[in-house]
Design a binder for this molecule. Structure first.
Ligand code: IPE
Ligand code: IPE
Ligand code: MG
Length: 250
């Protein structure tokens, strides 16, 4: 991207951005539309966000599309959301492939209807050798569910208590091999994590915006990236300046 069109391009770009795509229902309500119209509108910006991530040089994008708790919504809405995922795969797969996007799924597949499960697995398989951007789709995903599943598999594999480490747990999660998210964005003004990447997000920077997901565009993403580039990540340590200015420091 040339400097003139993007004078404020942030200098520190996160490797992995994760987004809680929230506010579709309220976006629709504000327009007197049914909630599903909001969910459909929320798929229209997927492409521009993926393209913007590629332009910014982001390597991993994780999108929270359906949580393990979202099954508790009215049946009609759940059915609608399943149909929307199916349509998005049908509509976008080819273009995502052409753009070099590798699609991965995080979450459970066992509760999806066989036809949808097959579509998801096909999208993953079809794009597996792409490497421009890894797009993790969190669908029927819950952070606690992911940890429970990881523990169950460790026990099944006969992992011994003393072999359990931070790194080993990470390898048993759906995100195995994916670096932890540097930045987690939540749209719609809610200030909570809602069971998203609870292990991986231990040291993520959070960015909250009141913008509803269907209105979140490249400019909004740019604002989040600028904010991220101003953050200082200390991981429990101290800054170089702090250390330098402390006369008692050894
Ligand atoms: C996010 O939008 C999409 C899903 C959770 C599937 P919501 O449907 O939660 O929208 P609000 O929060 O009710 O506005
Ligand atoms: C989180 O949003 C899940 C997704 C965006 C997919 P919710 O709307 O389900 O979360 P709560 O209920 O406000 O915490
Ligand atoms: Mg919501």
């Amino acid at each position: 991207m040339d400097q003139t069109s993007s004078p404020s391009l942030p200098d520190k770009i996160p490797t992995h951005v994760a987004i809680i795509m929230d506010g579709n229902g309220r976006w629709a309500l504000a327009r007197g539309l049914p909630r599903l119209a909001g969910h459909r509108a929320g798929t229209e910006n997927l492409h521009r966000i993926v393209e913007a991530c590629i332009e910014y040089g982001i390597q991993y994008l994780t999108l929270y599309a359906f949580s393990t708790e979202n099954w508790g919504r009215p049946e009609e809405e759940v059915r609608g959301l399943m149909g929307i995922l199916e349509n998005v795969i049908d509509r976008e797969l080819r273009q995502l492939y052409d753009e070099g996007v590798q699609i991965r799924h995080i979450g459970r597949l066992d509760r999806l209807k066989p036809a949808l499960r097959k579509k998801v697995l096909h999208a993953v398989d079809y794009t597996r050798s792409n490497d421009r951007l890894v797009l993790n789709v969190a669908f029927d995903y819950g952070g606690r569910d992911e940890i429970v599943y990881a523990i169950q598999r460790m026990i099944q594999d006969g992992v011994k208590a003393e072999e359990v480490t931070d790194q080993l747990i990470s390898q048993y999660l759906f995100t195995a091999g994916v670096p932890d998210p540097d930045l987690i964005i939540r749209t719609s003004g809610e200030l909570r994590g809602s069971n998203f990447l609870i292990w991986q997000g231990a040291y993520s920077e959070w960015y909250f915006t009141p913008t509803y997901w269907p209105d979140f565009d490249k400019e909004e993403l740019g604002k989040a990236l600028i904010e991220f580039s101003r953050r200082e990540r200390r991981y429990g340590g101290v800054t170089t300046t702090d250390r330098g200015s402390n006369p008692h420091a050894s």
